[in-house]
Design a binder for this molecule. Structure first.
Ligand SMILES: Nc1ncnc2c1ncn2[C@@H]1O[C@H](COP(=O)(O)OP(=O)(O)OP(=O)(O)O)[C@@H](O)[C@H]1O
Ligand SMILES: Cc1cn([C@H]2C[C@H](O)[C@@H](COP(=O)(O)O)O2)c(=O)[nH]c1=O
Length: 219
């Protein structure tokens, strides 16, 4: 595999999409080939699964179904889109990956973390991110940002099924992400998301440049 797999993680509303767009623009300006994708989603089938998972009408969805649907969406995404791009030598910028399933379904829903990892090993064939940016933000601040976004950008569309879960659930998820960052300090860069977007991007850009140069030994 010749490319680089970069993921962005964090609690809802932390600013992942904003930062991925900035990194995509940076790569575009440098002429470095990349794709920008997201989970759940990224392919036709994965997007259909996304709609099923996030539809607030599916309130009877059981935890086992939820973890398996995220993994099903991911397996299609990995085989159809991520691996081909990596094999072509591209940088893959992905909004969420397996860490999200460990945090939201493992720690958040109380499913065994080992089981979540095993299901995802099967779904991804063991593919792991090369570098991950965990954008951390207090849950309340993320919820305020999302509320403002829904008022201004989504035509009054409400929160999805996961966003609607109780604040305690989202606190557990945030703590799980912090634990993952501590346990995987070589891969996951912990980023304070409670700053302006430009400052956050400076930190990500600096780290990415170092990582890129060290990986490809390029100036
Ligand atoms: N550093 C920042 N400071 C203040 N507001 C921000 C910042 N970054 C992003 N926002 C705003 O917060 C909202 C959520 O940002 P964004 O969509 O980038 O987050 P996200 O983590 O991708 O969200 P989600 O979890 O829903 O996918 C948007 O309205 C965005 O403009
Ligand atoms: C990949 C993945 C995502 N989630 C949750 C996290 C969000 O609340 C939604 C949708 O993601 P977005 O960033 O708002 O587009 O899904 C999850 O629970 N488990 C996962 O594996």
């Amino acid at each position: 595999m010749k490319g680089l797999f970069i993921t962005f993680e964090g609690p809802d509303g932390a600013g992942k999409t904003t930062q991925i767009k900035k990194l995509a623009e940076y790569l575009e300006n440098k002429g470095i080939p990349y794709i920008h994708t997201r989970e759940p989603g990224g392919t036709r089938i994965s997007d259909k699964i996304r709609s099923l998972i996030l539809d607030p009408a599916n309130e009877e969805m059981v935890n086992e179904t939820e973890v398996l649907l995220y993994a099903a969406s991911r397996s299609q995404h990995v085989k159809e889109k991520i691996l081909p791009a990596l094999n072509e030598g591209k940088i893959v910028l992905c909004d969420r990956f397996v860490d999200a399933s460990i945090a939201y379904q493992g720690y958040g829903l109380g499913i065994s973390v080992e089981q979540v990892k095993e299901i995802n090993r099967f779904a991804t064939g063991g593919l792991a991110a090369d570098r991950s940016y965990l954008i951390d933000l207090p849950v309340e601040e993320g919820r305020n940002r999302m509320a403002a976004r829904y008022e201004t950008q989504t035509n009054g569309q409400g929160l999805d099924r996961i966003e609607q879960k109780h604040a305690d659930y989202h606190q557990t998820v945030r703590q799980a992400f912090l634990k993952l960052a501590e346990e995987n300090a070589n891969r996951i860069q912990l980023i304070n998301g409670n700053r302006n977007a430009e400052m956050i991007f400076e930190e990500i850009k600096e780290d990415f440049e170092t990582f890129y140069i060290n990986t490809f030994n390029k100036e």
